[in-house]
Design a protein around this ligand. Structure first.
Ligand SMILES: [Zn+2]
Length: 279
């Protein structure tokens, strides 16, 4: 797995400036997170322990069942990061409202930006897995798909803990493009890894303004009433929309539920939330 850490380009002045900016934003986010819970913020209302034994697959887009959420409860999930230009903005928006989310990382990006992966974890967010390079697993042999899944998990684990382990410290996975197969679903279930689909999404892969995205998402949420929401932190429009969306959730009495692995030893204390432990 060493090859994924090789080939670092020499830093350029613009990269150094970008790094300073990213560090500054990260510092602001950390400062906000340390202040949580904070009156007037949206906050995280509860932690939902998710276990493959009881809910191996969740999300109505792909499966007949989803998480046991009450009306007006939402789970925020972000796919395809980390991405230096936008993930820090998403983290800052979440920290500003004392909200915890789940990030499904692309392993190759995680290996290129391990500092960002650790910053996501330090914010109290859950880190799930989304393959090594985001291919369609449907169009691959089971052997190749397994390699994509394993390599992605290992890259995320290296970024987080410095160990290339194919057993994930958080056993949550989302298929790129929701493209599962019976064989890959069976593989993940045999490893007690929960497959996350989604209940609603902002279609943020389509061109639109942040304002249009906010309208689309809030209309869909009004119709659904609750659910697992899929967003993409590398999308500039989503990073721009997020502060207003979190305010919308607060103003309209939605509650954010944070998902975490069921086993207590997977969850570590972090300074970022108004929650005391896994239930
Ligand atoms: Zn994706």
């Amino acid at each position: 797995m060493m090859d994924m850490l090789a080939q670092k380009p020499a830093p350029k002045f613009a990269n150094v400036l970008a790094a300073i900016l990213v560090v500054s934003i990260g510092w602001m986010a950390a400062a906000h997170a340390a202040d949580c819970p904070r009156p007037g913020t949206l906050g995280t209302s509860r932690v939902l322990a998710v276990d493959a034994a009881t809910t191996p697959r969740v999300g109505l887009k792909s499966f007949p069942q989803t998480l046991p959420l009450d009306d007006h409860e939402v789970v925020l999930t972000f796919d395809d990061g980390p991405w230096p230009a936008t993930t820090p903005l998403v983290l800052a928006a979440l920290a500003h409202e004392c909200v915890r989310a789940t990030f499904f990382l692309i392993g190759r990006s995680a290996s290129e930006h391990p500092d960002l992966v650790r910053r996501i974890a330090a914010g109290g967010h859950t880190i799930g897995h989304h393959t090594w390079r985001h291919p369609s697993l449907k169009r691959m042999t089971l052997r190749a798909a397994t390699e994509e899944i394993d390599r992605g998990i290992a890259a995320d684990e290296v970024a987080l803990h410095g160990v290339a382990n194919r057993i994930p410290s958080t056993p949550f996975f989302r298929f790129p493009g929701f493209e599962s197969t019976p064989a890959t679903l069976e593989l993940l279930q045999s490893r007690s890894i929960v497959v996350f689909g989604a209940d609603l999404w902002a279609s943020d892969w389509n061109p639109m303004t942040p304002r249009q995205e906010l309208k689309l998402l809030t209309d869909r949420l009004t119709a659904a009433g609750k659910g697992i929401i899929l967003l993409h932190d590398p999308k500039t429009r989503t990073a721009a929309m997020l502060p207003a969306f979190l305010r919308y959730l607060a103003d309209n009495h939605y509650r954010v539920v944070h998902v975490a692995p069921a086993a207590h030893d997977h969850v570590r204390a972090t300074p970022g939330g108004d929650i005391s432990g896994v239930r």
